[in-house]
Design a protein around this ligand. Structure first.
Ligand SMILES: NC(=O)c1ccc[n+]([C@@H]2O[C@H](COP(=O)([O-])OP(=O)(O)OC[C@H]3O[C@@H](n4cnc5c(N)ncnc54)[C@H](OP(=O)(O)O)[C@@H]3O)[C@@H](O)[C@H]2O)c1
Length: 208
């Protein structure tokens, strides 16, 4: 769903939509209006394989009347009309990626999934690599801000592992004189996976 709220990021006064460019609450016809917001993008993703009704509430649930294969056909139309260069998917399982590949005109260029040392997605990485779908890992250092985001929305926080404190990660970091965050990112890069770590703290070190 397209977003009408923006933040101004420093440096450079870059305007950024508060909810990103996602279409996770979108139904078929919302795709085009969301893309109007993101027209300068090179890659346009389906955020989830399910459409979610009443998102961010106790009553959130999937809308079974929306098929991701129908959504994918709409995505393909956006490439046909040159409104985005490439299209992809996010949070899809191996079975769902396979289903798209068997029923598409245009293959997904990319899949964005949660992936890190504690959630290695080996089957998905293997399958996507064999089928020419590039992979982007979100939460590469473990989404440390997740609980704060949950609490801000009134949800109970969860017990999450702290990847940056992991003993093995720290031992490797020490051995190579690197920061633990760099080890977590290098792990992904060595698998041929791109990572999108996020920080609003300039001093957080990803090592360039
Ligand atoms: N496709 C999807 O469904 C999906 C889902 C979730 C996220 N994403 C995207 O994935 C990207 C990554 O977001 P993420 O939050 O999931 O992942 P993340 O990069 O694993 O975690 C970000 C958190 O880690 C902290 N952090 C960053 N660098 C650090 C460091 N060197 N030392 C200590 N703490 C550090 C950040 O805090 P500070 O800001 O205070 O440094 C922030 O709270 C975002 O662009 C997000 O939009 C996509």
């Amino acid at each position: 769903m397209a977003c009408n709220m923006f933040l101004t990021l420093q440096p450079g006064n870059v305007k950024m939509p508060v909810l990103g460019y996602g279409t996770w609450q979108g139904r078929g016809n919302d795709l085009e209006s969301a893309l109007n917001v993101a027209l300068e993008s090179d890659l346009y993703l389906i955020h989830f394989p399910v459409s979610v009704l009443n998102g961010f509430s106790e009553d959130a649930h999937g809308d079974t009347s929306v098929s991701y294969l129908d959504i994918w056909k709409k995505m393909e139309e956006q490439v046909d009309t040159a409104r985005t260069k490439t299209i992809g998917i996010s949070n899809f399982s191996v079975k769902q990626v396979d289903n798209i590949l068997k029923n598409c005109r245009i293959k997904p260029a990319n899949i964005q999934v949660e992936m890190h040392v504690y959630f290695q997605q080996k089957e998905l990485v293997d399958f996507c690599s064999k089928n020419g779908v590039t992979i982007v890992a979100y939460a590469p250092i473990g989404t440390r801000g997740y609980n704060a985001a949950l609490e801000a929305k009134g949800f109970t926080s969860k017990v999450l592992p702290d990847l940056l404190s992991d003993e093995v990660v720290n031992r490797i970091a020490k051995k190579h004189s690197k920061a633990p965050a760099q080890i977590l990112l290098r792990f992904l890069l060595q698998l041929g996976v791109a990572a999108i770590p996020k920080s609003v703290t300039p001093s957080s070190s990803f090592g360039g």
